[in-house]
Design a protein around this ligand. Structure first.
Ligand code: NAD
Length: 355
């Protein structure tokens, strides 16, 4: 296990993408566990998916604040250099967690601009601001940023390990995430910014992203529409419950990496459940939990609302995380079962949509 070298209890923490699924959960947990920390969020609250859910998450954050002014939100884009520089000048973050990004594999086929803007320009602005944070003060002690399991592309060797080659992305989204890791390495080496990239594996949970399969399936089933299961259901995913991801991020935030063999304070970890589940089994548990939570009736004709279809371009058959490094360095491994996680989602869904 690595020793903690950052005490979050009094830190100024910048979280980009704070109105997002993972960001909002992270902010709430940070405030709860470290009442003395101050969190500043940046989010452009864009309408890639229902803005109502982002506002709902921001309301939950406001309720979760332990003390006045523990959290503030700047509504703006990390692609706007002036906004990013102003935030760094005024707030002087000591720990930065970059989660703001245009997410989703399929949307990167339709709208590539959004990926270049948020994931490339936005991330570059964060790196530059971190670099200049050392000009007149102690500056940023640790930059933690979201990468993705999609960097593994169509790699055949499973489970995916951070030691594997990831030079063959199969979507623009994956290419931007791999680029983030490369840029972070260069900035860590050149300017001494301690940075850790986290490759998340299919994160799900209450108030999650409506563009993701489990949420989209639920919306469709409610409307009596047919759900399309890609690759005829022969897809395996390492579904990871959001609370586990947040625990993992917070563990990592407290350990700025030591210099590695390239002379950079740079590290990358997988965070995934390490237990891949077949999409059809996943849908089966989801159905059961939707009935259990009374989102759908017991006699719902699930079979009549399922269509098995081929693979989508850019998608991969199996994603599955080797989390050995995470366990060795932090003694941490995701532990929430799929049933528990989907139960929490189904209950939240019922309450949020007043079903
Ligand atoms: N959820 C997953 O399964 C998953 C898997 C792998 C990687 N990731 C990565 O984790 C991070 C968080 O993902 P999430 O699921 O919470 O997604 P999300 O879309 O819910 O959150 C991202 C947030 O960033 C904001 N944002 C986007 N572009 C911005 C910009 N230019 N400036 C400011 N804010 C901006 C959005 O409004 C959104 O609230 C992302 O970087 C994503 O790529 C997520």
């Amino acid at each position: 296990m690595l020793d903690k070298n950052i005490d979050l209890s009094t830190k100024r923490i910048l979280v980009t993408g704070a109105a997002g699924f993972i960001g909002a959960n992270l902010v709430m947990e940070l405030m709860q566990r470290f009442p003395g920390c101050k969190v500043l969020g940046i989010d452009n609250v864009n309408n890639y998916y229902d803005v109502g859910i982002k506002e709902y998450r921001l309301d939950r954050i406001a309720e979760a604040a332990q003390v006045d002014a523990q959290f503030e939100l700047v509504r703006g884009s990390i692609a706007d250099r002036d906004i990013v520089d102003r935030v760094f000048d005024e707030f002087k973050p000591e720990v930065v967690v970059n989660l703001a990004a245009q997410a989703g594999v399929r949307y990167s086929i339709e709208n590539p601009d959004a990926y270049m803007e948020s994931n490339m320009i936005g991330f570059y602005n964060i790196l530059e601001a971190c670099r200049h944070s050392y000009d007149n003060s102690d500056g940023v002690q640790h930059l933690v940023y979201a990468s993705s399991s999609s960097v593994y592309g169509n790699n055949k060797k499973i489970p995916y390990s951070v030691e594997d080659q990831v030079d063959n992305p199969v979507s623009l989204y994956a290419a931007t995430k791999k680029s983030n890791e490369l840029l972070a390495h260069a900035y860590s080496k050149l300017y001494g910014i301690p940075s850790t990239g986290l490759r998340f594996f299919t994160v799900y949970g209450p108030a999650g992203r409506p563009d993701m399969a489990y949420f989209g399936f639920t919306n469709k089933l409610i409307k009596g529409e047919t759900i399309r299961i890609f690759n005829y259901g022969n897809c395996k995913r390492d579904f990871t419950f959001v609370d586990d991801i947040v625990k993992g991020i917070i563990s990592v935030m407290q350990v700025a990496p030591a210099e590695n063999e390239t002379g950079a304070r740079y590290k990358v970890y997988n965070i995934g459940n390490n237990d891949p589940v077949n999409l059809l089994d996943f849908v089966d548990i989801l159905q059961q939990e939707l009935v259990e939570a009374e989102v759908l009736p017991e006699d719902y004709d699930f079979e009549g609302h399922k269509e098995l279809v081929p693979m989508q371009p850019g998608d991969v058959e199996i994603t599955y995380a080797d989390v050995t490094a995470l366990e060795e360095d932090f003694g941490f491994k995701p532990s929430t079962s799929l049933r528990e996680g989907l139960r929490a989602f189904a209950r939240w869904y019922k309450e949020y949509y007043r079903i």
